[in-house]
Design a protein around this ligand. Sequence first.
Ligand code: FFO
Ligand code: ATP
Length: 198
Amino acid sequence: MPIRHQKTDLRQKARLVRAQLFCAHPDAPQAVANHALPPLLSWMAAHDISGPVAGYWAKGDELDPRPLLDALSARNIPLCLPVVDAVDHPLHFRHWKPGDALRSARFGLMEPVTTAALCTPAVLLVPMLAFDDAGFRLGYGGGFYDRTLAILEKTRPILTVGLAFSGQRLESVPHEAHDMPLDLIATEAGLVTPARFI
Ligand SMILES: Nc1nc2c(c(=O)[nH]1)N(C=O)[C@@H](CNc1ccc(C(=O)N[C@@H](CCC(=O)O)C(=O)O)cc1)CN2
Ligand SMILES: Nc1ncnc2c1ncn2[C@@H]1O[C@H](COP(=O)(O)OP(=O)(O)OP(=O)(O)O)[C@@H](O)[C@H]1O
């Protein structure tokens, strides 16, 4: 079966699995924040980077990154959220911090208001349907994160941190040439560290 079709099949299954995990693990967002914060801060210190960190505004049963965003904001690390300009385009990012206004956008997403300044993130927190130990990830299929990373990586070091329930792990996620593996995945049960993360 072509990889594109394998992914479509897996997406349907992964949606059901994630919906169950969301109900079963109400404490996961805080646990994920606790696991993700130390390696994220060390990577930033090692690269002499002070931000910004791009979060996301969780939709439905995605792992809610707010406890992690709150912890980063409390350390004065600038934050931003993604903005979808158009299908088949890379994402843009606008500055945002906890408490700032959001606007409803396409796909049922919440985005920063259009007057918020554009920004270029150094760290990307990435939502997902599923992941594997090599860092490959299954998203909704828009290709937004891969397209965005391919551009951001050209000019500066960038850290990608996937946030997920541990039960979203698959033995192997089918991947294509454009799929960019995550550097690190934080789950409520601990970190998954693909071999290349130092
Ligand atoms: N919370 C969140 N924000 C995000 C993403 C994400 O996965 N989650 N993205 C990750 O790339 C980007 C936006 N891409 C997205 C693409 C599709 C859907 C989505 O829910 N699609 C629905 C159809 C919704 C509709 O048509 O109204 C679906 O596939 O069922 C969401 C985000 C940037 N922001
Ligand atoms: N770097 C890129 N440049 C151009 N097109 C790309 C790039 N990366 C992905 N795409 C396009 O996006 C499509 C969907 O990619 P994929 O199935 O990997 O999405 P996904 O990672 O699940 O989605 P998302 O990142 O939005 O959560 C691909 O078939 C491809 O056409």
